[in-house]
Design a protein. Sequence first.
Lengths: 348, 118, 210
Amino acid sequence: MREYFFWLTAWLPHNLQVTMWVLTKIVAILAPLMLCVAYFTFAERKLIGYMQIRVGPNRVGPRGWLQPIADALKLMMKEIIIPSRANRFLFLTAPLLSLGPALAAWAVIPFSDGLVLADIDAGLLYILALTSMGVYGVLVAGWASNSKYAFLGAMRCAAQIVAYEIAMGFALVGVLMVAGSLNLRDIVLGQSGSMLHWYWLPLLPLLVVYFIAGVAETNRAPFDVAEGESEIVAGFHVEYSGMAFAVFFLAEYANMILIAALTVLMFFGGWLPPLEVAPFTWLPPLMWFGVKTSLVAFLFLWFRATFPRYRYDQIMRLGWKVLIPITLLWIVVLGMVKFYTPIGVWFA
Amino acid sequence: MLANYFPILLFIVVGLGVGAVAVSVGKVLAPHKPYDDKLAPYECGFEAFEDSRMKFDVRYYLVAILFIIFDLEIAFLFPWAIVLDEIGAFGFWAMMGFLAVLVVGFIYEWKKGALEWE
Amino acid sequence: MTFLQFAFYFFASVLVFAAAMVVTIRNPVKSALFLVLAFFSAACVWITLQAEFLAIVLVLVYVGAVMVLFLFVVMMLDINIAELRAGFTRYLPVGGVVAVLLVVEIVFVLARTFSPQQFANPPSHAADYSNTRELGELLYTTYVYPFEIAAFILLVAIIAAIALTMRARAPRKRIDPVRQVQTRREDRLRIVKMKSASRTAHRDQQDDAS
């Protein structure tokens, strides 16, 4: 593929060729991702509908399949209302601050062996840094809207994101102890063997903590008190309409798919099949990655349909007083097992 | 190794560009008919009483400071976790000392109620 | 000019511009956001030096944590710019003297030691060089004493933050979520089976009333 591209563009100077090749790869990641995000919203409405014993949207297009397109067109046509006395520049850049990190993290996600845009050695650290940036979109949006509800919602949302990031970071440290490398490809390759070699087994508490922290970071139910309609009327993005709101929406769903992909990479073997035998190896690794990520993403939707919303002080209590001690304890346990018990060599 | 960072830089630029294009498309295609009532900030249907600044709440400040401390702890834990094989049991116990000191701090916070009601 | 040099000059100029904006711009929130931009550019400059761990940790800790603290405080405080600026000209002479002294000192130090011979290019590393690994191997073995001191500094920070900001709250009724989620249905609801009133008795009562 690469040679073909370089042959095709041989009339360009070399640096430009490399840049064009990278841009092609970026589009090859972003375009399907945007499509996935759009249809994830559709999947959410249909699945939650079926869980509530009703059919989701089924009018637009054949059985409702054009619903996300209709939503996108509608949002494009709606007026972007900038409230009076709001800070115009910050109001319009806040959605970018939300979307930028959500998309940029996909640069280091390996979809299959070798199918990664940038195979850097500090991949996991880079992703953690980018998820920390996610709090800025929320804060700037809330402040720039010049509205009490928006600002209060933004502060609470930011405090919640920040609390659960610690739990996520500690869970990632556990993964690193077992994997021995920050490179995401190495983390997946360290799980090769069979389903029992995947890291969900030695790191089960950390898997649970990471997923719960991921749901809380993306402000999804049951942790969506900062943007639940009945609580604070959409919180930090109450003043947003039209495409600016759509960008926040995109960022939230892209983050959800990102967390699902990371859970799969770190705990469920990435693109590896459950067993390296005949019927499982017929499916290409890229499809295995897709199937696993879809299953984990389905959990996000299932949580939303099933659990009642947590109260804000319950959310903070969970993040600080429950998840952090569990992860710290498990890190100590992992270290002790690695050095002082015979099974330590099993996952060293 | 540095060559791998160029795609990341490009991706960040393209990601921000996608957002900028989306918002610009929205501004171009959408109508623009502002009037006072529409632009008033949301207040459940009536005029806002006072300025939109909330009272300074010290709990947010505490949460942010505690987050800095724990973030630094994570930053120390990351290189430790990946060189655990090379540094052996000595390195493990060095980190256990670090974690013990910070757990003392965590228990202090807990008992003082800094982690409460928020 | 190689791409690396171009990247360095670009990020360095963004850094200088952002730093200048931080100290000159009036709006404190915008000033804090320009500081975020400055940190980002500094991280990019460090990546050109192949210090990827430090660069990413700079973003993670400074941009992700410290600037969030700054923004929390700046956004919640209603800083009156006009009032702040009113006392500016009184201190201008003293400020000017201090600034000139600082510039003289910096020029003196840099002119004596800043030369291409002393600051040669950092050695280019092997292909599988990992900044994180190198740091890790040194930090927890050779430099374990400063590392433990760092733990104590963080502990002092925790204690200081709490001691300085927590106010004793008036004793109020407080909710205990632990006890809340441990309630059982039997504690809250008691279903009592009652005999329903018979139909005839009810009809007699109605006849009496009407």
